[in-house]
Ligand binder design. Sequence first.
Ligand SMILES: CC(C)(COP(=O)(O)OP(=O)(O)OC[C@H]1O[C@@H](n2cnc3c(N)ncnc32)[C@H](O)[C@@H]1OP(=O)(O)O)[C@@H](O)C(=O)NCCC(=O)NCCS
Length: 380
Amino acid sequence: MADELKRGLEGVLVAESDLSYVDGEVGKLVYRGYDIEDLARGASYEEVLYLLWHGSLPTAAELDSFVADLAAEREVNDGVIETVRALADAGERPMAALRTATSMLSAYDPDNEGDDDGATLRQGRRITAKIPTVLAAFERVRQGEEPVAPDPDLSHAGNFLYMLTGTEPDAVSEETFDMALTLHADHGLNASTFTAMVIGSTMADVYSSVTGGIGALSGSLHGGANQDVMEVLHDIDDSSKDPVQWVKDTRDDGGRIPGFGHRVYKVKDPRANILEEKLRDLAESSGDTKWLDYTTAIEEYLTDQGLVEKGIAPNVDFYSGSVYDSLGIPVDMYTPIFAMSRVGGWIAHVAEYQEDNRLIRPRARYTGPEDAAFVPLDER
Ligand SMILES: CC(C)(COP(=O)(O)OP(=O)(O)OC[C@H]1O[C@@H](n2cnc3c(N)ncnc32)[C@H](O)[C@@H]1OP(=O)(O)O)[C@@H](O)C(=O)NCCC(=O)NCCS
């Protein structure tokens, strides 16, 4: 049993955690026991951060001081902005730019060498506050615009949209984006969270954990599926193709439908249900139902084909792209926005794991030779 090899660590238990639980058979996700639907509809992203980092929902006074502390950390040093400009000039991809800039943030953290009990959460708060500033600055600079300074009076979600566009968002956009941040904040030991934990288990600083988490999330098997969905929807639109025909052609070619299927969920992802509803609200209020029509047609067709019943159901990415597009967010910013939310989960898991830390160090089954005869260089 001890020597059983689990490819991809699938199903392997490596830690105990109070943070989030996914029941893929019934489509349930909870953060510290609270159903994701209740949190998405009733709590702000800041409340969710507090819940994940401090163990309980905040009182109004606790939330006020938490929000103020977070907002006070939004500004980033000019040195980081100069680097962001250089990265945009070089045509760097947004996730790679975020990875580089996040690592650089540590240079300006007044207690980046703090390694006492509270250091992970203290430094983590600064990182969480500054990531939106970095991302918005990168997007503006590459569009030939100047970065917009953060507004400490706006919410985490509202301030990001403000820094991105230079205009304060309307209430529906702010609420929708806040909901999307909550929905992506944590999801058990996914690959990027585990990456952050492995780094944290060496007692490296949390900048290293978050930088590693961003790297892991950037991979196409993890954070990129909502971008794929949106590219498909644009493709369907640009070519005036019938969405159902696109699905038929893709399946005939043996291709997969992005936004469908999940390693854990065998029914529709609960986050997809919530975002679908939001997409419907946005479509109704704007009168532009294009993305809603396409996604509904695809889902109905695949349901009729029995795919959903077989467990290949819509996941969170099937709807998040359309929601972001409706908010005017460019497609290649979707994965960075995922990072902007998931950073809350990464920090929570690192802090939780370090409370009873054990260096994460698995083994590989060695399949190479054990007695190769060494030949000196000049005899090879
Ligand atoms: C997410 C994903 C990688 C999970 O895959 P997995 O648990 O490893 O499942 P498998 O790859 O073993 O697939 C099981 C079966 O379902 C099929 N399947 C899975 N996802 C599918 C999809 N999106 N479209 C069509 N068929 C799909 C596979 O072809 C396979 O069929 P087979 O047994 O006849 O070969 C997979 O569903 C996928 O590639 N989805 C599209 C990308 C996506 O949306 N990713 C975001 C996830 S949040």
